[in-house]
Structure formats: C-alpha cells, structure tokens
Design a protein around this ligand. Structure first.
Ligand code: ZN
Ligand code: FE
Length: 255
C-alpha cells in the first residue's frame, strides 16, 4: 500500500512532509524546519511520528528535530557522513541503505552537491522521492560544498528513477526557478505552460510540490543540461553534460 504523504509548509518557504503507513500507523517526518506545524499536522490526523528522516544539516531542515524527537519519541535517522553536524542520530545511513517505515521501504540515495552528505529517500512502491535541496521543482540547490561534477552525478541518479515518481523537494522556489529556466529555454512549450500553472497555484496559495519527475525532465534546465539543444542554447555544443550543468548553475547564481 502506498504511503499517505502530507505536505507541510514551514518557516517562510520550506516544506516538511509526513509519510504515513496506514497498515501499521508508522509515520515518518521528512525534515523538521520547525516542530509546531508538524505537531499540528500530526495531531489533526491523530498520527504519531515514529521516524524523523533528515536530508541534510542546514538549520532550515533540522532546527525542530530535537523538539519533535523529544515530544514524540521518534527515531532520528540521518546520513552517517553528516552525523557530526546533525542532531543526535539513532541510526546512521549511507547510499543504498534501506529504511523501513511500517511496511514501506525507502532507499537512501547520496545526493551530495548542495552539501556533502545530503541524502534523498526513495520509496519506490509509493512512487515518491524526498529530495530537499538537491533536485527541486524547476531547479536544484546551490552548490555550497560540492563540485558541479558531484551535483551532476547526484542529479543523474534522481533523473534515472521512474518518470512517474513524485519529487518532494524542500522549498517553494518554483516561480523564481521558472523565471530563470525561461532564460535558458525561452521556446520550451512545456516550460512555458508549467510556469503558467505555477503562477496560478501560487496565486491560489497552493504549493507547487510535489512535481512529477517526468515534468522535471521536460522543463528543469539543470536536468536538461545533457541535451544537445540545451548545450547549443548556452553556447556549449559538444561540452560534457557536467560542464553544461556547471554553466547553467553558475548563471543561476548570478540571476
Ligand atoms: Zn539546504
Ligand atoms: Fe534548505
């Protein structure tokens, strides 16, 4: 049975998620920017947090972990590579490790680049991947610690998941990401219509997450760095995929 997934807006533009296994009542919380909205969302549904899954060490993803863990007794799980700078972990995981949430199983994917040690959680049977600040809706995280090559490798792993996978990312940056994407591919019809849909959703106060991986493949300029037409559009025909990605990421940093 697929997990029931709830999107919880936190702080000014962060998202946390609940992933609930109805068969057992197990509920994972993915990232804890702040505890209060998550405790409210759990209480509304009479769910109890059994697991806290941390994607990376940035404060806007972990600030509420200790409060939430203390109140709920949830088991805190994060990257072994980041254990020294995460809240205390009950379980340290690395690439390809399996996390069980009730009957559901999530696979850890190392998606280093935004930070070294950033991980994503892929629940294949639920068709869901929690990517935080690696692959984002129409964008990707800024490279604070990793090289462009490393981030390209991380994004390539996510791009290889089934295209019907829903991507649950960490921030509501989609409208601004769309404005940048249009500077790379102003003639991309799928991108133009997606930007219109994003504007509508935001005007109505709706989140633009999750997004379908197939939509990202059709519109996200960072995933599309490998395409000859995108390399041509940035004046880099014949360049490696990672070099084209690096150029697009550099342009976004200046945008
Ligand atoms: Zn971050
Ligand atoms: Fe963040």
């Amino acid at each position: 049975m697929p997990l029931d997934i709830v999107t919880i807006p936190c702080l000014s533009d962060n998202y946390a998620y609940l992933a609930h296994d109805a068969a057992t009542g197990a509920t994972a919380v993915i990232d804890v920017p702040e505890a209060a909205p998550i405790l409210n969302a759990l209480a509304e549904r009479e769910w109890r947090a059994s697991h806290i899954l941390i994607t990376h060490h940035h404060d806007d993803h972990v600030a509420g972990v200790q409060t939430l863990a203390a109140v709920t007794g949830a088991r805190v799980i994060g990257a072994a590579a980041d254990a020294h700078r995460l809240p205390p972990l009950a379980e340290r995981v690395r690439e390809a490790d399996l996390i069980r949430v009730g009957l559901a199983a999530g696979r850890v994917i190392d998606v280093s680049g935004h930070t070294m040690g950033h991980i994503a959680f892929h629940f294949a049977e639920s068709g869901a991947v929690f990517t935080a600040d690696s692959l984002m809706a129409l964008g990707c995280g800024r490279l604070f610690e990793g090289t462009p090559d490393r981030m390209w490798e991380s994004l390539s792993k996510l791009a290889a998941l089934p295209p019907e996978t829903l991507v649950y990312s960490g921030h509501e940056y989609t409208a601004a990401n769309g404005r940048f994407a249009l500077t790379i591919e102003p003639g991309n019809a799928a991108l133009i219509s997606r930007c219109e849909a994003v504007a509508k959703a935001r005007a109505a106060g709706r989140p633009t997450v999750p997004s379908l991986l197939s939509e990202e493949l059709a519109t996200n300029p960072f995933l599309r760095a490998r395409l000859p037409e995108v390399k041509a559009a940035i004046g880099m025909s014949g360049a490696s995929d990672a070099a084209a990605f690096a150029e697009i990421r550099a342009r976004k940093d200046r945008f």
